[in-house]
Design a binder for this molecule. Structure first.
Ligand code: SF4
Length: 297
């Protein structure tokens, strides 16, 4: 089968992930024979995790599991409780929290100080339980309300969880969908009882926002889209939905084993793209595998 395969040159790791992986690789290269523990998966991509694990990177889910040597804090960041615990356990940290996430944490902490004194709330648009969101909620002593969808926001408004007569400050997880965030902000703005009670912060990472606008165009240009991402990548799920919305022949894969030859017709142009947690080398591997497809199942 003859396929024209193009890799989206803007897909691949974001700056925060590049920085965290670079720090891990540097530590492992400078300390041969040693392992390095990362608190949580450094990137939500199984293939990249396997590559780093072969170099000595171990993933732990709690600081209690830390072995000798420092513990790496990934780009998603951590709540203040993690830093207190590391101090109690006398653990050294390699803090790779993305500077954009650090700034967001600071802004939320500051806003929480302001609104909580007036009986108001911090609202965060993000995925409940996602590592970055846990770090953000931690800046508010666990008080922030997290909403994943407009329906969830409507539920919080109807149940009285959000007082529309008190100030609210709204933030988004850095990898949230710009479209859904603006729907959430619109609903909330329309429900507030007085003008000036709502402050909306534009906190979607510019690298993510740019990818949203550009990826739709890329997906439209091709007959078939192969979207490469880890199964647990929040950004991957959002961007894959975006591709599927503009091109119904979009398919999500995490490795070349997921490719199904029946997706393609002879002469198709195929766009290969991915999330902020998808390594470039994996995009290239998938593109090479597509070039080798010979028959339709
Ligand atoms: S998506 Fe943006 S904010 Fe989030 S880790 Fe990557 S560069 Fe940092």
């Amino acid at each position: 089968m003859n396929l024209k395969v193009e890799i989206d040159r803007r897909s691949g790791f974001c700056g925060g992930v590049i920085r965290a992986i670079g720090s891990a690789e540097k530590y492992l290269a400078d300390n041969p024979g040693h392992n390095l523990c990362s608190l949580g998966a450094i990137v939500h991509n199984e293939e990249e995790m396997a590559r780093l694990s072969a170099k000595g990177l171990k993933t732990i889910s709690s600081l209690d599991q830390a072995m000798e040597g420092p513990v790496l804090i990934r780009a998603h960041g951590e709540p203040p409780a993690t830093y207190r615990k590391a101090e109690d356990l006398n653990l050294k940290l390699i803090d790779c929290t993305c500077p954009v996430v650090l700034r967001l944490q600071e802004n939320i902490r500051e806003a929480y100080g302001k609104v909580s004194a007036q009986g108001g709330k911090i609202i965060i648009f993000g995925r409940i339980g996602h590592a970055e969101v846990l770090g953000l909620v931690g800046q508010t002593e666990g008080e922030a309300i997290v909403v994943e969808t407009p329906d969830m926001l409507l539920g919080a408004l109807e149940s009285g969880l959000i007082d529309t007569g008190a100030p609210v400050e709204v933030f988004s997880q850095t990898t949230g969908s710009p479209e859904v965030y603006s729907q959430i902000c619109e609903i909330l703005s329309s429900r507030m009882r007085k003008e000036g009670l709502i402050t909306i912060h534009n906190t979607i990472c510019s690298q993510v926002a740019f990818r949203h606008s550009q990826l739709g165009e890329f997906a439209r240009l091709h007959d078939v889209v192969v979207f490469v991402s880890g199964k647990h990548s929040s950004n991957g799920n959002v961007l894959y939905k975006l591709c599927k919305n503009v091109n119904s022949r979009s398919y999500s894969v995490s490795s070349e084993a997921d490719i199904d030859p029946s997706w393609f017709r002879d002469g198709d142009s195929v766009g290969v793209c991915g999330a902020t947690s998808t390594p470039k080398w994996l995009l290239e591997k998938i593109a090479a595998a597509l070039g080798g497809i010979k028959t339709v199942c």
